[in-house]
Design a protein around this ligand. Structure first.
Ligand code: SF4
Length: 662
């Protein structure tokens, strides 16, 4: 093991115990399973059955259904029977919060129960209490007494269990001792796991979800380290980013959190939680899992990098690669975005709209948006108009050399061109493309190349990999740079040849996001080649994905962040419509985190680090929060969005939309 994975530079799956959920096997190198959760009222038997079937048909291998109280838990039997009658034997999972009696009923009916250790026994009061060791032990004993009956039922009925910790719903006890941290998340699960093992019950899957992919990734890694050290084995892991939201942002956040771990061989089952109908989650899951179905280690003939672990000094999740700055890259600069326009025959002013620059002809002025790319890679195409102030151009080296005016233009050299070059380069910034996979294997003088990079303080690397294991290849290269104390900034070049944008989004988010989450990379350069070479990329979408990746990895904030739950049988209003309404009026509030949560039972806890919350508190009623504090209770839904705007104004968090340049 290297820290938390079998390998940090090769693709190898983590060995986990085998868990049986009905006839489905999870863990122990079985394929990565995909699952979802219904959004219907659990008392609506036919509605839930029909939605479950839509999900199963879309690929779900497990279907989770909420059981908020005993009556819903009992109704799981009707749902299961009806599904069986219609020929569907897919395992069902009961989702439990706060209600051990519902869990004990459900465990006799369905194949798996999910308990949240943050609220299975504890009622959350948001209280900070000082616990002595004796007090703490007493609390653990209380949990043991309440949790053991469920374990005994699961053992008797052959029911599996997920101990599903959520960052936003840790118990007051854990919060008081460990705070709102990944360490607290891990300890919350370990308390329950120790009790289960003391009863010789091992049919367990674990999860560590958060709406922040960085927190989520760190928590899973810490959990693995803890399980290995304390128990000597690992339970299968279910991966997911909670309250990821909807649309492109929800998919990017989920892909980054889930994909970062899958790249390291971690994860036995996944769910992509979207504020959309459940069946839309499955194609996203499939596109993620597809990447690993035939993944072998294509790097086995590459010599190992020494001391790779020393690039992650610890598991605190705070690692950032040390770099110096070159122009606007590296050191304290936010990661840059490079737009790839090399396929365009002619670049016009109008084209720049797709990458955040809007030209006002009558005023002869550029408006620069929050998601304005920093560089355009033009290939060999010259631009014949004056550029907006902050925008710069990158040219293929040979074309750059022949430019008359190089003032805002910089070269991109291949590694061989850079090695061979003796004439002066740009005194400002030069990009050197390095294919990390072939660089590890080719015969060119690698040490000469490294020495030349190190001695030139105007070089920014553009790291790519044609290998399927691109994350590992590029991480290896960061290891090599680290060994040689090379501190030149490096941007991550990511090429997609997928045949749909939905798949390209997943590819970009994982390949670039997995490195950025770990503090590697001073920019991203996304390029979409498609299988069809004649197809023109969707530049606006790619630019938006680039900024979405930076936002989700919290490396560059350019827009409002929406944290919205996927909804479930507890939801008290039309969450999708409401999320769209809130988004429409607040999408311009850069950096603000707004949560839209379906119920008052879990919503306030789950919305984690949101600045403001819009939470369903009864049919047609909304309660507004500032952080964790209730500020406007039980507002009629019809005026709640207006009241949210008023609340933002009262807290100086509001900007009039017309004042924002877009
Ligand atoms: S917060 Fe949303 S998903 Fe979670 S229990 Fe409440 S309604 Fe269901």
């Amino acid at each position: 093991m290297e820290l938390y994975a079998e390998s940090l530079t090769e693709y190898k799956r983590l060995k986990t115990l085998e868990v049986k959920v009905g006839d489905l096997l999870i863990g122990n190198y079985h394929p990565i399973r995909i699952q979802t959760m219904t959004t219907t009222d659990t008392m609506d038997t036919i509605g839930t059955v029909e939605q479950s079937i839509r999900c199963i048909e879309a690929g779900a291998e497990l279907v989770r259904i909420t059981a908020p109280s005993k009556k819903e838990a009992e109704n799981l039997l009707n749902i299961k029977n009806e599904l069986h009658k219609r020929g569907y034997k897919t395992p069902l999972v009961a989702d439990i919060h706060f209600t051990p009696n519902a869990a004990e009923i459900a465990a006799r009916i369905v194949e798996k129960v999910r308990v949240n250790p943050g609220n299975y026994v504890d009622k959350k009061k948001f209280e900070l209490i000082e616990y002595s060791d004796a007090d703490y032990e007493e609390e653990i004993e209380r949990i043991r007494n309440r949790f053991t009956p469920l374990i005994k039922i699961c053992k008797e009925y052959g029911t599996a269990m997920r101990i599903g910790t959520n960052h936003g719903s840790l118990s007051d006890r854990i919060m008081s001792r460990y705070g709102d941290t990944p360490v607290g998340m891990v300890e919350s699960a370990m308390e329950f796991l120790r009790i289960a093992e003391s009863e010789n019950y091992y049919n367990i899957v674990l999860s560590m979800k958060s709406s922040n992919p960085k927190v989520m990734v760190q928590a899973y890694r810490l959990l693995i380290e803890n399980m290995e050290n304390e128990l000597g084995h690992c339970y299968p892991l279910h991966l997911g980013v909670t309250e990821a939201g909807d649309g492109e942002d929800g998919r990017i956040k989920s892909a980054i959190g889930i994909g970062t771990l899958l790249e390291d061989g971690i994860g036995d089952t996944i769910r992509v939680s979207l504020t959309e109908d459940s069946e839309f989650e499955l194609p996203v899951c499939k596109n993620i899992v597809k990447r690993y179905s035939n993944r072998n280690n294509e790097q086995s003939d590459v010599p190992p990098v020494k001391n790779i672990s020393n690039i992650f000094p610890d598991l605190t999740g705070t690692h950032v690669r040390e770099t110096f700055s070159v122009e606007n890259t590296g050191e304290k600069n936010v990661p840059v975005v490079v737009a790839d326009f090399h396929k365009k025959n002619k670049i016009t002013r109008g084209d720049l709209k797709d990458i955040g620059y809007r030209y006002n002809t009558s005023m002869d002025k550029w408006n620069i948006g929050d998601m304005a790319a920093d560089y355009i890679f033009c290939g060999n195409n010259e631009i014949d108009f004056a550029l907006p102030g902050t925008l710069r151009l990158i040219y293929s080296y040979d074309s750059w050399k022949s430019l008359k005016d190089q003032s805002k233009c910089f070269p991109l050299l291949t590694e061989q061109q850079f090695l061979d070059e003796t004439s002066p380069l740009s005194p400002v910034i030069n990009f050197v493309q390095l294919d990390c996979y072939s660089a590890s294997r080719s015969n060119f003088d690698k040490e000469k190349l490294f020495a030349k990079i190190k001695s030139n303080k105007k070089i920014v690397l553009s790291l790519s990999s044609e290998n399927k294991n691109a994350v590992q290849s590029i991480r290896r290269m960061f290891g090599e740079l680290n060994e040689r104390k090379i501190k030149n900034p490096a941007i991550i070049y990511c090429n997609s040849n997928k045949d749909s944008m939905a798949e390209s989004l997943i590819h970009f988010a994982i390949d670039a996001g997995a490195l950025l989450v770990d503090g590697f990379g001073n920019g991203i350069f996304l390029s979409d080649h498609f299988y069809d070479r004649n197809k023109i990329p969707d530049y606006k979408f790619i630019n938006s994905i680039a900024f979405g990746i930076l936002q989700a990895t919290r490396t560059r904030i350019s827009k409002t962040e929406f944290i919205s739950c996927p909804s479930c049988g507890r939801t008290l209003f039309d969450l999708q419509e409401t999320t769209a309404k809130v988004r429409a009026v607040t999408h311009h509030l850069k950096g603000l985190k707004i949560a839209i949560m379906g119920c008052i039972v879990n919503g306030p806890g789950e919305m984690a680090d949101a600045d403001f919350g819009y939470v369903g508190s009864g049919p047609g009623k909304i309660t507004l929060y500032k952080g964790k504090e209730v500020v406007k209770r039980n507002l009629p839904e019809a005026i709640a969005v207006e009241e949210l705007i008023n609340l933002l104004k009262e807290n100086n968090a509001w900007v009039e939309p017309e004042l924002v340049l877009s």
